[in-house]
Structures are given as C-alpha cells and as structure tokens.
Design a protein around this ligand. Structure first.
Ligand SMILES: Cc1cc2nc3c(=O)[nH]c(=O)nc-3n(C[C@H](O)[C@H](O)[C@H](O)COP(=O)(O)OP(=O)(O)OC[C@H]3O[C@@H](n4cnc5c(N)ncnc54)[C@H](O)[C@@H]3O)c2cc1C
Length: 510
C-alpha cells in the first residue's frame, strides 16, 4: 500500500464489513453514540442470511431443550422491545402447538411454556394456554389437543434496511455493492481495500474494524486479514416453502416432527403460508445455497402428517434457502448447534481492534450490537451510552400499529386503494406520509408495474433505501416478486435500467 493512498483515504472511527442484520445493527448503534461509521456490503443489504429467515422475533421454545437459558431470556425480552421500536414491521403472532404425546409429554410442554411465559419481560404479549380442537380444525382428526403461546413476526430484510437507514440518519456512510477485499493494520488504524461492483476501487481508514460478514466471517479473517480465525463457524442450511394459504386464521403452527425437530407453518402476506425450516450441514459457497429435493420432501411430509389438506410439490409457489453462520460448538446434530452469538475481540496493546461476530439471531441483533459496542468502548472513551432500546426505527415514529396507520392514510387520501395503504403502512410505517407528499390522485403514483407497485415507490426505494436492481425491490424491500408476472418484472427491470442510465432517480441520499 503506498503511503499516499493511506493518507488520502477517508478516516472513520469504525468500519463495519457486512450489511446483514448484525452489521447494520452495529453500524446504527455506533453512529447513534457519536462515532463516525463506514459500512460496506458486497451485495444488496440483507441479500444473504438476513432475508432467508423464518421471520420470527422469538424466544425459541425449542432452545429450552438445549438449556440455552441466557439466549432465551434475552430473546424473549427483545420481542416487546422490537415491537415498540418498529410496530410497522414487527407484529405479535400466536403459535399453536399440536400435542403429539409420543414426542413430548404434556407436562414437559407445560413446563416449557411456563418458563417461556416467565423468563423474559412480557407486558403486551398474552401468555400461553391449553387448547382443544374440534371438527373445524384444519389439523387431522387424531390431533385433538394443543397449546398456544405468543411470539412475533418480522419483515427480516426490512429490519436490516431500517437499521442501515438509522445508521445513515446518524451520519454513517453506507456503501452497498462494495466488497472489502482486504484490511491491514497500520500503526493505530486499519486500512481497508474496497471494490465496487463496477470494478473501481478505493480505500478507507478506520480506528476499529468490525467483521460482521455472517457466513463469510471466518473466510474474511483468513483471506482478507491473513489471520487465523479464533472460532470455527458451522454453516447450517435452512430452507422454506411458500404455498397457497393452508388454513384460515392469523395464527402460526409449530409442528413437532418424529426426528424431534420442529417446523413452522406461518401465515404470509395474506394469501400464503410459509413453511420452514430445515437444518443441514452446508459446505459450499454461501452465495449459491438452494433448497434441495430432500428438504422439500421433508417439509411437505411434516405438514402432511399434521394437516387434513395435503400438499404436493405442485403446491409450491416459491422457496428460498439460507445458511446460518453458527459458532461451532462441536454438536453432532445440526439443529442442536448453539444459536447464541460470540464476539471475538483481537487487539494487542497499541494496535487498532478487530471485533468479529460469530453466530446470532435476528431477534437478538440489538443486544448483540450493544455487546459489540461495549467491547469497543475502551478504545473510544468519548462514545455515548446505550440508546437503541427506546429509539424507534425509521417509520416506527408516531405510530401505534400498521392497521390504524393504514386507516389514517386512507382518511387523508381517500383514493388510496386499501391494499396499497395496508402494504405501505406495514412496510414504511409513518414514512408512508413522505411517500405520499405531493400525491393527490392515483395518476401521481406514476407508472404502474403490477400488483400495487408504482414508480413513486420504486423511486423512493432507490433514493432512500439503496435499491438498485429489480430483485432488491421485489424480494427484499417488498415481497412483490410473489405477485408480479415475469413480464411485469421485466418492465420494472427496464425502468430501473433507464433510470440508472439517466442517473437521475437512483442517486442515494447519503
Ligand atoms: C433458515 C433460517 C431461518 C432463520 N430464522 C430465524 C428467525 O426466525 N428468527 C431469528 O431471530 N433468526 C433467524 N435466523 C438467524 C438469522 O437469520 C441470522 O442469525 C442473521 O440473519 C445473520 O445475520 P448476519 O448479519 O450475521 O449475516 P448475513 O445476513 O449473511 O450478513 C452478512 C453480510 O456480509 C456481507 N459480506 C460478507 N463478506 C463481505 C465482504 N468481504 N465485504 C463486504 N460485505 C461482505 C454478505 O454479503 C452478507 O450480506 C434464521 C437463519 C436461517 C438461515
């Protein structure tokens, strides 16, 4: 590295590698404490594990069996914290657990649910109770008893984007489609070599480096930093199916399988049911992960063992797959590997610190970020205190719940279709008012691409939420990919290509 390059590079307090939930959460927390922050993401925000989850903010009932009490307590408490921070994208969800006496006796489930009700703070979410199913139940006739308890649902990819926005609103520099090729220590700072998608390169300096590269965390330490990773990482693949709505009602099911694993069936986007997940060891490129035929059959079999309505491969509308970057605890069973996180700090006296994130869950990202900042605190004596617990995420300000907000949007804009009002309220929260600034009639929404997607929203996503390609909009900023035909998706692609060429609409407000 030439010294002149080093001195020309922008200097930040903290550079974060990875725009998944952990990188975005740490960047937001650090920026809000007054640190200057740089975040780079090699693809789109939430492009990998953080958009491939079961989308639950949950304590993890099943982790009690593995004695993960610390994790469960922290995760249970986070449910109501996140519900208050982001009431537009986090929603309470009741879970029905059909009783399968040969798998777990009723006393064991009751004991687990008692702990679940009382381990974490719970003010709004109702507690658990027993259930009896009658002939109207969608479950098979032999399943007559069950239990019900509370957790929450989250739009996972939007949780990441909102944290990146929060970071930016506190002054952070967020660069998507920018890969960190390498980083090296130079006296009191790190020097990062970065490459944009167009092949151009640049560098930045930082007083501390955070490696939140998810499935790539160990690989980056070894190849990007030329060091030995302090912990092993286990890549555990998990896949989901999306099928037409399988049952009436707003509740989810947690299904116990014969192998003692559990599978969720979750109401999804009004019209669908989301089914997942699997747990299998994964050794290939995390960017290429795809659902296997075996996983598909496994998920269909679990559902078919429980529901009267039988599914086949032909029922599947969509599927997705991701890899959990878990800290290797040497468990032989992939579903028993700890879901807790580990932070590894490396810094000899006088050296700039490196903090690497191993494991974690969407649910605990905020606590993970607080723990990360606590580890970095000795290096930044001027840093502010914890602040994220009570601070709304962008769009969570001045709103109670998305149903009420959708009604308010329609009271002010009577022409707004109820579907669109509901979707915008549930995606953008109170930022939906900004989307509607200067919009007085349907024509002001601009070109219509299909379903409820118009140019007005596409432009907003490009300007405010780092969207660049159709997939960013169809599968992460929204899930409209399930509703737009191939032709409609192509039209969106042409629109974005033209906009990029003109370099007008897709300029990030950074
Ligand atoms: C199937 C499945 C279901 C799950 N369900 C739940 C759930 O219901 N609830 C829950 O709480 N948790 C759930 N999880 C766990 C949760 O999704 C993950 O813990 C979390 O998303 C991990 O986030 P991350 O930021 O560590 O990783 P990622 O989201 O993968 O982010 C890491 C990012 O780093 C980027 N990156 C890597 N290398 C570089 C580089 N050199 N330069 C720039 N960028 C780089 C990658 O592109 C990636 O976007 C689930 C996980 C899976 C796989």
């Amino acid at each position: 590295m030439s010294p002149s390059n080093t001195s020309n590079a922008e200097h930040y307090d903290v550079a974060v590698i990875g725009g998944g939930i952990n990188g975005a959460g740490i960047a937001a927390d650090a920026a809000g404490r007054g640190l200057s922050v740089f975040l780079c993401e090699q693809d789109d925000l939430a492009r990998h594990t953080s958009s491939a989850s079961s989308k639950l903010i949950h304590g993890g009932l099943r982790y009690l069996e593995h004695h993960e009490f610390r994790l469960v307590r922290e995760a249970l408490a986070e449910r109501e914290v996140l519900l208050a921070k982001a009431p537009h994208i986090v929603k309470p969800l009741r879970f029905v657990l059909p009783h399968r006496p040969h798998l777990r006796p009723a006393w064991m489930i009751r004991a687990g649910l008692f702990l679940y009700d009382h381990l974490g703070q719970r003010k709004k979410l109702p507690g658990s109770r027993g259930l009896r199913f009658d002939a109207r139940s969608p479950l098979k006739a032999e399943i007559r008893r069950g239990f019900e308890y509370s957790d929450c649902w989250v739009d996972d990819a939007r949780l990441v984007v909102l944290n990146a926005m929060a970071a930016r609103e506190h002054g952070a520099q967020v660069q998507t489609r920018t890969r960190c090729l390498s980083a090296s220590r130079h006296q009191d700072h790190w020097h990062l070599q970065l490459e944009r998608a167009d092949g151009s390169s640049f560098s930045v300096r930082a007083s501390a480096l955070v490696n939140a590269a998810g499935p790539w965390v160990a690989r980056f330490i070894e190849s990007g930093l030329q060091q030995k990773a302090p912990y092993g990482i286990r890549l555990i693949q998990g896949s989901h199916l999306i099928v037409p709505r399988l049952y009436e009602g707003e509740h989810a099911y947690i299904l116990q399988n014969e192998d003692r694993r559990i599978v969720f069936a979750i109401p999804y986007l009004e019209h669908f049911t989301l089914i997942g997940t699997t747990d299998r060891e994964y050794r290939d490129d995390p960017a290429q992960v795809r659902i296997s035929a075996e996983e598909t059959d496994y998920l269909l079999a679990v559902v078919n063992r429980h529901f009267k309505h039988q599914l086949s491969r032909a029922s599947i509308l969509h599927s997705y797959s991701g890899v959990r970057p878990l800290c290797n605890d040497e468990s032989t069973d992939p579903s028993a590997v700890t879901r807790d996180y580990t932070l590894a700090l490396s810094a000899s006296p006088g050296e700039p610190p490196l903090l690497s994130v191993f494991g974690g869950k969407l649910t605990t990202y905020r606590k993970l970020a607080e723990a990360a900042l606590q580890r970095l605190a000795p290096f930044f004596p001027q840093m502010g205190p914890c602040w994220t617990a009570a601070a709304p995420l962008p769009g969570g300000e001045e709103m109670s719940d998305s149903r009420t907000l959708a009604e308010q949007l329609r009271q002010r804009h009577a022409w707004l279709a109820p579907k669109l009002a509901r979707r915008w309220a549930g995606s953008y929260g109170s930022r939906a008012w900004r989307l509607l600034e200067g919009v007085e009639e349907p024509a002001d929404l601009g070109e219509h691409f299909g379903a409820t997607l118009h140019a007005r929203e596409v432009d907003y996503l490009c300007r405010q939420e780092w969207a660049r390609e159709a997939e960013d909009i169809l599968w992460r900023r929204s899930k409209l990919g399930l509703f737009l035909s191939e032709d409609e998706q192509d039209r969106l692609r042409s629109y974005l290509d033209a906009a990029t060429r003109q370099s007008e609409t897709c300029v990030l407000a950074s």
